[in-house]
Write a protein of this length. Sequence first.
Length: 195
Amino acid sequence: MRTAQINRKTNETDICLTLNLDGSGKSHIDSGVGFLDHMLTLFASHGRFDLELRCKGDTYVDDHHSVEDIGIALGQALTAALGDKRGINRYGSFILAMDEALILSAFDLSGRAYLNFGLDIPTARVGTFDTELVEEFFLGFVRNAACTLHLKQFEGKNSHHIIEGTFKAVARALREAVAIDPKLCGEVPSTKGVL
């Protein structure tokens, strides 16, 4: 099975994260940030990934360090779980509708880090969650997963719907990108021979 465990400890956060790419969508999430717990539970369910996460962070300062570092740890786990990426689709995309929100997510597990963050989140907060941290999460993830991720919002007025639609779309697109293509017969999906 394609699994990885990441332990990341800094002066700001202490994270233990386990990812199984070939799971059933089970999760146990305790990030210390309630809204992020909700998003990562959805991510695991829609990606059919098993995800366990515990984070003790300096949330008495704010949620920034925890959210960013969890993105970093999730990206590191994806890299470790994929190994040399033999046999994977490599590409994945999904357009997800959630009420008035319509979100596109597209991946290339290329080995090159790039984030095109095309969301327009209208409010500064959802509950107590700082919405600008959504971009920080995905920046940390992309840089450490060494992948290209495009996020595009076609429609949306409700901040919660936009963010939730994004996490679900990312999960669905990533599920497609990491899936094994039997036609590749274990080959690395690149003319260069490596990703």
